[in-house]
Design a protein around this ligand. Structure first.
Ligand code: TYD
Ligand code: MG
Length: 461
């Protein structure tokens, strides 16, 4: 009889399990992603993992099916973090019993943000436990001294053993727990090194059981790999309720918190912060921030409007088009989709008879933000034409609209919000899809130009 194996191979990307090594994962078709890891023992997974945490297993699963009318909701189910920018991304506050993953590059400010949130929560009378597996208490105190005074029921623990952490949470009964970071945590039942895929998965599983069982909201910090995904299996994202990414340029001071998954609110919502001398500061009006320092009357620069979640954000699209010196023109796109820029240039070439293949083109979204909404298409096209003809677009004009392959300008969602944001910031005219214009009311503050194809839009600048 064959000996039962104690290890198996798992795909780093999707968590697919196989008894032998494979070059390509059959599930997600990625190459070279299978790694060997110990098999998780049956009794250590799921509910049984909690057998050591008494008091949890009792209310883990409901044994009797109930009607929704019998479930009561109360106002305290959502806790404000003290930051409007973060509350909105979470869907109006923290939900009790939820598991939130905060991902981001090292040094972007994840620990700082969560420490500041802890300070706010403790100040508002909540009981908070901050568990760090990365920093000593001294280091945390040094950081805390930069962000200001800490008062109230905020406790710190430097620990990486999840079994001990489970005990501690049960004794302390906090409302909110921070785990910094998941890659440093391990549980004894996992019997592989911390940070390995099976440990990360096992640890998240244990934390999920604690969160759901005791009704505690848990924030998990996760480091991001070079490819920009949370290290460890992508499965981690499926296990948690909410996934937030904290992103930003290293040399720029602002940071964007983006919701990519949320069981309790809309996704793609963003919150903007600025890293300052004393920690992170909210930026309540990102449009003003992104447009500050804009060169007036420069060719190739136009203002576009993108909707992020439920909020319109104005930003500057810059293009630089120059004659190419080589047979093969160079194209770059910073802050937006490179392939989309190529497509839009092909539309200009074919539908408007511009000889784009003779020009190099560089596109940049000013401020280093990343925006990929199709509504930016028209702004990119007009920025390209403006730079090519060296003709400046009126700096008081904003532009939005999706461009199709035949050069038609297609309708976008939430046109009214975009126009209102432009009025708020003092813009005088707006180039938008004709289909959208027909549905809008008349404005006295702003002149609206509806266009149905790219050629009409170019004629306006
Ligand atoms: P940190 O929160 O340690 O990042 P992460 O946990 O994501 O790895 O961020 C540390 C960075 O933030 C570091 O480069 C210093 C900077 N910082 C400030 O500029 N001002 C401050 O008040 C604090 C606390 C940090
Ligand atoms: Mg950190």
């Amino acid at each position: 009889m064959a000996k039962s194996k104690s290890t198996a191979f798992f795909c780093k990307e999707c968590g697919y399990e196989s008894s032998k090594w494979l070059g390509q994962c059959p599930a997600c078709k990625e190459w070279n992603t299978m790694v060997e890891a110990p098999l998780v023992k049956k009794e250590s997974s799921g509910r049984a993992a909690l057998s050591g945490i008494s008091g949890v297993s009792g209310n883990l699963r409901m044994t009797r099916p109930v009607k929704l009318e019998e479930v009561s909701l109360n106002d305290q189910d959502r806790i404000s973090t003290g930051y409007k920018e973060l509350d909105r991304v979470l869907g109006s506050g923290i939900v009790a019993g939820s598991l939130v993953l905060v991902g981001g590059d090292p040094g972007i400010g994840k620990s700082t943000l969560l420490l500041q949130v802890c300070r706010n929560l403790a100040r508002d009378g909540h009981r908070v436990l901050y568990i760090s597996g990365e920093e000593s208490l001294k280091q945390i105190k040094m950081r805390a001294s930069r962000i200001g005074e800490i008062s109230g029921e905020l406790y710190f623990l430097c620990e990486t053993n999840l079994d001990t952490i489970g005990e501690c949470i049960r004794e302390n009964k906090p409302e909110i727990v921070i785990i910094d970071s998941i890659q440093t945590m391990f549980c004894e039942s996992g019997n592989s090194a911390p940070g390995s895929m099976s440990q990360v998965r096992e640890s998240t599983n244990v934390l999920m059981q604690i969160a759901k069982g005791l009704g505690i909201a848990i924030f998990i910090v996760g480091h991001v790999t070079k490819e920009g995904v949370v290290a460890g299996p992508r499965m981690l994202e499926h296990m948690v309720d909410t996934v937030l990414y904290f992103e930003g340029e290293r040399n720029a001071s602002y940071r964007i918190l983006r919701g990519v998954k949320n069981r309790f609110g809309s996704t793609n919502e963003i919150g903007v912060f600025e890293m300052a001398e004393h920690g992170l500061v909210e930026v309540p009006n990102p449009s003003e921030y992104l447009l500050s320092g804009r060169p007036e009357e420069a060719s190739g620069a136009v203002v576009a409007c993108s909707i992020e979640g439920t909020r319109p954000i104005l930003l500057e699209v810059q293009a630089l088009v120059t004659q190419t010196n080589f047979g093969m023109p160079r194209r770059t796109a910073a802050g937006t989709d490179y392939n989309r820029v190529n497509l839009l240039m092909a539309v200009l070439e074919k539908r408007c008879r511009y000889e784009m293949s003779r020009y190099d083109a560089y596109i940049n979204i000013a401020g280093g933000v990343k925006m990929n909404e199709p509504a930016l298409d028209l702004a990119i096209v007009l920025a390209l034409v403006s730079s090519m003809k060296d003709r400046a677009v009126n700096p008081k004009t904003i532009i939005f609209g999706e461009v199709g392959l035949s050069g038609e300008v297609r309708a976008v969602s939430m046109a009214e919000q975009r126009v209102n944001e432009a009025i708020k910031l003092g813009f005088e005219s707006c180039i938008l899809p004709k289909v959208n214009l027909d549905k809008l009311k008349k404005y006295s503050e702003i002149t609206l130009y509806g266009v149905s194809n790219v050629r009409e839009a170019i004629a306006l600048i």
